[in-house]
Design a protein around this ligand. Structure first.
Ligand code: SF4
Length: 192
């Protein structure tokens, strides 16, 4: 039987490694780099380039969304000072997942998921519930798997080192960068 097609939202290349390995056991997987939350643009380009490196190394198709930073900024206006993990992150992640689902539908994928499930800093329940809700609204099936568990996060670090992938030190938006700078690089806050 032909495997079902899944579009993986890639928040960053390191997180996508283990997600891709696990997903390809049951799906035909392609990636989407859509992360308008990343600032500045130079940083966005670095992360996008790392996603291209991974896609090339592991031979999968990578789609790229637009870098619409101004729209993202407008979407999260008023939430700049909210702690990481709060309402701003919900708006941000819901936006990226929705765009992934819309893109998946337009390209005929039956499923979508996100590499955010690899990150140790992310609220899996929150993302899972957003994903299922958006899946229902867009009629594209959402796939949940806690990629970081059972040694998944360590595996992503190992793959990233082997492939020499760029690894960022803050989640993505300027507000998360401020937090990272004041606390020192975390090396594990990666998300889209
Ligand atoms: S901290 Fe990360 S998830 Fe939260 S709003 Fe910023 S970029 Fe998005």
């Amino acid at each position: 039987m032909k495997p079902q097609r899944l579009l993986l939202h890639i928040c960053c290349a390191p997180d996508a490694t283990v997600a891709f390995v696990k997903l390809k056991e049951r799906f035909e997987v392609e990636g989407l780099f859509y992360n308008p939350n990343i600032f500045p643009e130079e940083e966005y380009r670095k992360r996008c380039s790392a996603a291209r490196d991974l896609a090339e190394a592991w031979s999968f198709s990578l789609h790229e969304g637009p870098y619409d930073w101004e729209s993202w900024k407008a979407l999260t206006r008023g939430y700049e000072n909210v702690d990481e993990g709060g309402e701003r992150c919900q708006l941000c992640i819901a936006h990226n997942l929705r765009q992934t689902a819309v893109f998946a539908k337009a390209l005929g994928f039956g499923w979508f998921s996100t590499s955010l499930f690899t990150s140790r800093k992310k609220d899996l329940r929150m993302i899972e519930s957003l994903g299922y809700r958006i899946g229902k609204e867009t009629s594209v099936q959402f796939y949940y798997e806690p990629f970081r568990r059972a040694g998944g996060f360590d595996e992503s670090v190992r793959h990233s080192r082997e492939l020499g992938l760029y690894r960022q030190t803050y989640c993505g938006c300027p507000y998360s960068a401020q937090g990272a700078n004041s606390n020192g690089p975390s090396g594990s806050t990666r998300a889209g």
